[in-house]
Design a protein around this ligand. Structure first.
Ligand code: ADE
Length: 415
């Protein structure tokens, strides 16, 4: 069963999937093992992830491991219709198309759940949240879930604290081989990629304001600086603000940054980071974009209410004419890297999705002993993924000698 924009698009989607697969060697090794062992035979996996080529490689890996796959997107603007068509052609149950309304988005999440999954794989926690609110009749069937975003994990930990969480969830986001690379280098490169593709403007010589200095903000700031921007950071956490300053960036309140920024990129995971009081202070032509999971970091309602007219001036660019100035919003304020580009690079998603695949297998093998909690990924899994990645990159590293190991373990030994 599937509901996609146009199944005839599958050939283009398949080309993208093949290209991604060639650049995801760690997931490739897992796929080979899954093909042999078929650990997911008889298991249904429900997935809500950005449905583009790398995600298709993950879904295929699980399918080759024996799973039945029911999949939808996790954002109305991030599905690539050709990739969705190719997934349907492979026999997955796909319910997704680019430009879904909010109602259609939720209908599609529900259609995935109608397949009564044993395991759910989420990006942003919408599937898990739906299971705990409107689809509680399905909870008994669930072995557990995996979640890969900072935003999703914040939601899950709040559920855990209140005793509301009903099954174990693997915190893929906090794996080192996920957030150090995906959040930092992935978002860093792909957010700038989305801005460059949609605007075709020069970054050098511009003032780029990055809201938030978590792993995503650090990556975005680093890449904007590399392209020649003057980078300004806004933060609410004093430690991160200090770190940003000592990394060489200017740090100030958004109300000040609003006056000088040419391009704004939100990466906070919080709402209303850019709102009316800031927009009022912005320069004519300021460009707003968001790299956080939800489209609430820039207050679009206030921006619309302030506008005398709103029109699309280029693919992915909406112009808000406020009378005395024009403000431009990229990708409707949704994740700029996926709404205006192809998401994170393949090599980065290789590690994130290796973590997702192994975490799904961990749930399968251990769910009976796990409690309804948020679990960290086993450190051994992180080490293994990092070693495989280094190996695929042709990089060898040193090993401790026996004497060095003894030295590190013996607290009595002096220098
Ligand atoms: N591609 C697939 N999932 C993604 C994610 N969470 N972020 C960026 N690109 C992606």
């Amino acid at each position: 069963m599937y509901a996609v924009k146009d199944i005839n698009l599958w050939k283009d989607g398949e080309k993208k999937i093949q290209w991604a697969k060639q650049h995801m060697p760690v997931l490739g090794l897992i796929r080979e093992r899954f093909k042999e062992e078929k650990p997911f035979k008889g298991i249904t996996i429900g997935m809500a992830l950005h449905l583009e080529a790398k995600t298709a490689v993950l879904a295929e890996t699980l399918m080759e491991g024996g799973a039945k796959i029911a999949i939808t997107g996790c954002n109305p603007l991030s599905t690539q219709d050709d990739v969705a068509a190719a997934c349907a052609k492979k026999g997955m149950h796909v319910y997704a198309w680019r430009g879904e309304t909010v109602e259609e988005y939720y209908e599609n999440l529900n259609k995935v759940l109608d397949h009564k999954p044993d395991i759910v794989i989420d990006d942003g926690c919408d599937l898990i949240f739906l299971l705990h609110t409107k689809r509680t009749e399905l909870l008994d069937n669930i072995m557990g879930g995996c979640e890969e975003t900072t935003t999703g994990i914040i939601r899950l930990k709040a559920m855990e604290r209140e005793g509301a969480l009903k099954f174990p969830v693997m915190d893929v986001n906090d794996a080192y081989t996920k957030h150090l690379f995906d959040n930092r280098y992935g978002t860093g490169q792909s957010a700038l990629d989305g801005i460059l593709r949609s605007t075709n403007l020069l970054i050098a010589g511009k003032t780029v304001v990055v809201a938030g200095y978590g792993w995503c903000g650090r990556g975005v700031a680093m890449r904007a600086k590399g392209l020649g921007a003057e980078v300004v950071i806004t933060e609410v956490n004093p430690i991160r603000a200090l770190e940003a300053r000592m990394d060489g960036f200017r740090v100030m309140k958004m109300e000040k940054a609003a006056e000088i920024g040419d391009i704004f990129i939100t990466t906070t995971g919080c709402k209303d980071v850019i709102r009316k009081e800031h927009i009022l202070k912005m320069k004519d032509g300021a460009i707003l974009s968001n790299a956080g999971h939800f489209d609430n970091e820039i207050n679009k309602k206030e921006l619309s209410e302030m506008a005398k007219s709103i029109k699309e001036v280029r693919k992915c660019i909406t112009e808000y004419d406020l009378g005395d100035k024009k403000i431009y919003l990229l990708g409707e304020g949704r994740l700029v890297n996926l709404a205006c580009a192809d998401g994170h690079p393949c090599e980065v998603m290789d590690m994130s999705f290796a973590n997702q695949a192994l975490s799904a297998e961990y749930i399968l093998k251990n769910h009976e002993k796990l409690e309804p909690r948020v679990y960290r990924i086993p450190y051994e899994q992180d080490l293994m993924i990092a070693s495989l990645k280094l190996n695929a990159m042709g990089i060898e590293i040193d090993e401790l000698t026996e004497e060095q190991k003894r030295y590190l373990e013996d607290w009595k030994e002096g220098t």
